[in-house]
Design a protein around this ligand. Sequence first.
Ligand SMILES: Nc1ncnc2c1ncn2[C@@H]1O[C@H](COP(=O)(O)OP(=O)(O)OP(=O)(O)O)[C@@H](O)[C@H]1O
Ligand SMILES: [Mg+2]
Length: 422
Amino acid sequence: MSEGEKIRVMIVDDIVDTRDQLEKLLFFEKDIEVIAKASNGREAVVMAKEYHPDVVLMDINMPDMDGIAATEAIMSQDPTIQVIIMSVQGETDYLRRAMLAGAREFLTKPISADDLYKSIRHVHRLAASRPKVTMQSNDTKSDTKSSGTQGQIIAVFSPKGGVGSSSIAANLAVALRQLTNKKVALLDGNVIFGDLSVILNLRSDKTIIDIASRIDDIDGDLLNDVMATHTSQVKVLLAPSDPQRGELVTADHIRAILDLMRQEFDFIVVDTPASFQDRTLAMLDMANRIVTLMTLEMHCIRNIRLFLEVADLLEYPHEKVMLVLNKASNRTGIKAEDVEKNIQRKLVHQIGDAGAEITYAINQGVPLVIGKPTHQVARDIIALAKDLAGGTKPAEAGSSASTAAPPEQKSGGLFSRLITKR
Ligand SMILES: Nc1ncnc2c1ncn2[C@@H]1O[C@H](COP(=O)(O)OP(=O)(O)OP(=O)(O)O)[C@@H](O)[C@H]1O
Ligand SMILES: [Mg+2]
């Protein structure tokens, strides 16, 4: 669609009042035009062929042919059509199936005018990025990463929640960008309860779901379109605000996304959840470095010891797992040196306890390394970033583990992975 042209919408719903209400809502939008209305799935498939709409608003429950079957048929006939599914709350299973059928977005009834306009424009913008892709060869992009080599994936992980993974991941990504001026991505791997949008004060309705839902079509342009840009120029792939939708992201999605990201960026920082779910394992497997955070608390030290055992069983090289002490202070009654002796590993970096400062920074939406770069904790994070960016060559394990291991080994969770190793 060139500029000035309208987004052509087809409405599919078996209830005549709903069709009319939606049409009325769209009537005054200058860039949107309702070109057809269908009362069931079968009619919709026929009309889609005839009218070639840009966007279809599709109800799920309809007689004769339901919205999911119709979406599948329309998508196989013309994959450039963007389908937005309309459903009532609690239809999670339907939503999953609709997404597999090729739907791009979901709207929950009753639908607000604002959500409706936003969704139509959003899916249409995403679709509009596709022709550009085929016309543009990879090496003509202006903002490509600086070298032909793959980017480095740095996972920030802790086997214990609340240790500071998200705060450190966000600050680390910004510090890497400031130090190197290279292309830096930040992935919110907490797809269920991600909070990087809050930590970095980013507002965007585009999330990892927009990538996962069209995983077979993803490329640099789509990624670029979906990722939010922080003022530091770090590009961020956000998690959905609705935890239910986060469940739609699989370990395979994560692998494909990280694979693309390392072609597009020099550094990819991943904020990982404190779990051993398949998704998290995919992130850890693919990482060149795992910044493994711990605090001087007994239960955290215990979990770290267990994680180090797991990392050995998963055959992660020692240099891949970087132990980093966060909230370091001498007020906990446990000394860092004693911990090192106990776990027989060196803590390669220590990040001080910023007290309320880091929380204040989060509440302001300005990372500490920007708001207070001279603060000792900001300096500690910058030192970690320098280490990751410079000198020491990261472990190759990330790429080899992800390509060498057969796919069956990568699924089934930690337990089955370890069992098959024995
Ligand atoms: N170096 C630090 N000094 C003081 N407070 C810190 C430091 N790092 C993180 N925090 C604080 O610790 C709390 C937890 O941080 P954060 O949310 O980043 O942890 P998380 O590991 O991502 O947690 P979750 O498991 O919930 O995802 C926040 O209040 C944050 O401000
Ligand atoms: Mg977190």
